[in-house]
Design a protein around this ligand. Structure first.
Ligand SMILES: Cc1cc2nc3c(=O)[nH]c(=O)nc-3n(C[C@H](O)[C@H](O)[C@H](O)COP(=O)(O)OP(=O)(O)OC[C@H]3O[C@@H](n4cnc5c(N)ncnc54)[C@H](O)[C@@H]3O)c2cc1C
Length: 489
């Protein structure tokens, strides 16, 4: 049997391992950490079960499409629930907007806040939906190798949307700053500032308002577990606590994969580990210099807090965005001046408000996230300082004093991203989707010197986020299978 070795077990690696196994390969997945799922790991302490990474389940169609490729359905592997309201955006003391679970209701919310904005939103959403259809049909499932991939009648008609940015597009008709910030929020998942993200990416607004926010029961880790189950059914073998440390080469190929404990023969190698880290293991066979990685625009890093509470949290929902400070200033601190933020925006998640399997009845768990610049120096003291900011702001905005309800907390920062995931510069979710880092301009899926070596994941095409990671796993495998004869020769 032909052998494929897959490095890492994030969503892109899991997806590619399933597709390779389906195509008849004997697949071995090597994961450095103690569990599978990459960023979607789960941390369990004293009966509290924390998702360590992703929490917003958007674009359910992409997950269905993935499982359908194997004759399965999402519901065969995990249970989904649509959140209603989807999320809360907090702007100040007792000042918030809840985003409902349907476009019609959201249009009504906008209209109530800014007269006339409802009809603008309706038009904007229609465009966002059209862009979503085009992106999914014509663009994101391409390998990012030829300019021709981008050329279709529908995409050509939208060239202007690659030159304009999201902020300009949103600001054209909607004037209320709160509504504007809500419409700019979805592209933050792409890792760049809204004014540095092509307007075409407003298809993320369709993902948000049009398709809704879903929750996989058991947390996002249940999705990773579901994919691992599928992979095992297809015959994929997994090894944890196996860090890939290098490769042995023969005739322009990576023939052996070396780990901290063993060595494995491979006909094809797919790395779903951080692209830049993978390159650091390739010696003279890398695609890009160490220097060039420093010039790229990475998605932010983050300060994360996993907090156990001894009671239920009031006045907040499952997903809460604290937009009670100026994002312009915070964005500058993330991308331009690369310093600790003075008044950061943050995200607060209380998944146990929806899911009673995550902790005991009558208790809650919280996950808090502050986006920060990559490469920041951080420490426990700095994390603590920012945790106090979060508690103060929650108290100020909602009246809820959470300080006396904390059972324990763990923080996670830039250094941890580097250590746990071998993440380049401590990025939390890959390489941003700016114009100059879109499609063929992103780091490529093929190694230019080793014909059997490929990359998948959030630093290559199509970009950051869980649905793109699933797509990335498919794209790389489709490419390999299409060129298999040449690759294996
Ligand atoms: C805090 C946070 C919140 C997020 N929120 C969301 C969200 O709400 N919705 C959403 O869609 N996306 C979200 N994302 C982004 C999303 O989680 C990622 O884009 C996606 O999971 C990346 O998948 P991946 O396969 O590219 O990489 P990863 O998940 O990073 O997987 C790479 C794997 O490779 C392993 N590895 C590294 N080096 C080696 C080595 N040498 N040998 C063996 N294994 C190695 C790592 O341990 C890791 O398991 C979030 C990310 C973070 C961090």
């Amino acid at each position: 049997m032909k052998k494929a070795v897959v490095v890492g077990s994030g969503f892109s690696a899991l997806a590619s391992s399933c597709y390779m196994a389906k195509a008849g390969y004997k697949v071995l997945v090597l994961e450095k950490n103690e569990q599978l799922g990459g960023r979607a790991s789960m941390m369990e302490i004293d009966g509290y079960k924390f998702d360590m990474g992703p929490s917003w389940y958007w674009m359910p169609d992409i997950f269905e499409r993935f499982f359908a490729d194997f004759g399965k359905k999402v519901s065969d592997y995990y249970e989904l629930q649509k959140l209603s309201p989807a999320y809360r955006v907090v702007f100040g003391k007792n000042d918030f907007i809840d985003i409902a679970d349907s476009p019609e209701k959201i249009i009504e919310t906008f209209e109530n806040i800014e007269k006339g904005s409802g009809k603008h939103l309706e038009k904007f959403m229609k465009e966002a939906q059209d862009n979503y259809t085009i992106a999914m049909q014509d663009l994101v499932y391409n390998p990012g190798i030829s300019l021709m991939e981008l050329v279709s009648w529908e995409s050509a008609k939208r060239l202007g949307l690659f030159v304009k940015n999201i902020s300009q597009e949103v600001g054209k008709k909607i004037k209320n700053p709160k509504l504007r910030s809500i419409l700019e929020f979805p592209v933050l998942f792409l890792g760049a500032k809204p004014n540095n993200t092509p307007a075409f990416y407003n298809f993320m607004n369709h993902a948000d308002f049009g398709m809704g926010t879903w929750y996989p029961k058991g947390g996002f880790n249940a999705v990773a577990k579901g994919m691992v189950k599928l992979a095992k059914e297809l015959g994929v073998e997994f090894k944890v606590n196996e860090e890939v440390t290098g490769f042995e080469y023969q005739n322009g190929k990576a023939k052996y994969v070396k780990t901290n404990t063993d060595i494995y023969a491979a006909d094809v190698v797919i790395s779903g580990a951080d692209y830049a880290h993978t390159e650091s293991l390739l010696n003279g066979n890398r695609n890009y210099t160490e220097e060039s990685w420093k010039k790229k625009t990475f998605a932010p890093s983050s300060f994360l807090y996993y907090v156990a509470f001894n009671r239920k949290v009031k006045n907040l929902l499952h997903h809460n965005l604290f937009f009670d400070t100026d994002f312009g200033q915070h964005a500058k601190e993330i991308y331009d001046t690369k310093e600790l933020p003075k008044k950061p925006l943050f995200y607060a998640n209380f998944a146990s408000q929806t899911d009673d399997t995550l902790c005991e009845e009558g208790k809650d768990l919280g996950f808090f996230l502050i986006p920060v610049a990559v490469d920041l120096e951080d420490s426990e003291e700095i994390h603590e300082q920012y945790f106090q900011i979060i508690l103060d702001r929650i108290k100020k905005c909602t009246g809820e004093d959470l300080s006396d309800a904390i059972v324990f907390k763990k923080s996670f920062g830039v250094k941890d991203f580097k250590e746990r995931y071998n993440s380049c510069r401590g990025n939390a979710y890959g390489l941003a989707n700016t114009l100059l880092q879109t499609s063929i301009l992103r780091p490529g899926i093929r190694n230019k010197k080793l014909k059997n070596f490929f990359y998948t994941g959030q630093l290559t095409v199509p970009g950051p986020g869980v649905p793109p990671a699933l797509i990335s796993g498919k794209v790389v495998t489709d490419y390999i299978l299409k060129h298999e004869e040449k690759i294996l020769k």
